[in-house]
Design a binder for this molecule. Structure first.
Ligand code: C2G
Length: 135
């Protein structure tokens, strides 16, 4: 069984996220999504999510490509996750290109960056709805 992992916030789930998850799953049989917790998002990514971790997890678990959702609590857990879950392929959108190349040295996983879906983003959705600055 070929196992894949990817990481993200996945707030206001949209088709760009689905495109990423669908293509990630093509690299194997079992896709794990490490979902950024509310605390990690706020403390380390300065992102205030619209949906809580539990709601974002529920949405991801309903996606046919996703087999398991685990929490992403910090930037440093990737090496351990890859070893603990016997991951063969680490996948991220190419806005992260190069940022996780160290995993090629520190683990046996291949590191793949996939093209983002260009025209859609959670920020764009909030802007279009005129809610970007309302906290
Ligand atoms: N994505 C995409 N196309 C978009 C928007 C997002 O392919 N239009 C991809 C991103 O490249 C990422 C995944 O969908 O691989 C999740 O995106 P975000 O929720 O924005 O994740 P991010 O905040 O980048 O968190 O440790 C890594 C971080 O947790 C990644």
């Amino acid at each position: 069984m070929r196992r894949i992992i990817t990481y993200g916030t996945f707030d206001l789930l949209h088709y760009g996220h689905i495109n990423l998850l669908r293509r990630a799953k093509e690299y194997g049989d079992y896709l794990i999504v490490a979902l950024s917790t509310d605390e990690f998002n706020w403390d380390s990514k300065q992102k205030k999510c619209y949906f809580t971790y539990e709601k974002r997890k529920q949405l991801l678990e309903a996606i046919r490509y996703v087999d398991l959702v685990i929490p992403e609590n910090n930037w440093e857990q990737k090496v351990n996750d890859i070893k603990e879950y016997h991951i063969d392929t680490f996948v991220m959108g190419d806005d992260w290109k190069g940022k996780f190349d160290y995993l090629r040295d520190d683990t046996d996983a291949e590191v793949i960056y996939l093209p983002r879906t260009p025209e859609i983003s959670t920020t764009r959705i909030k802007q279009d709805l005129g809610i970007v600055n309302r906290q």
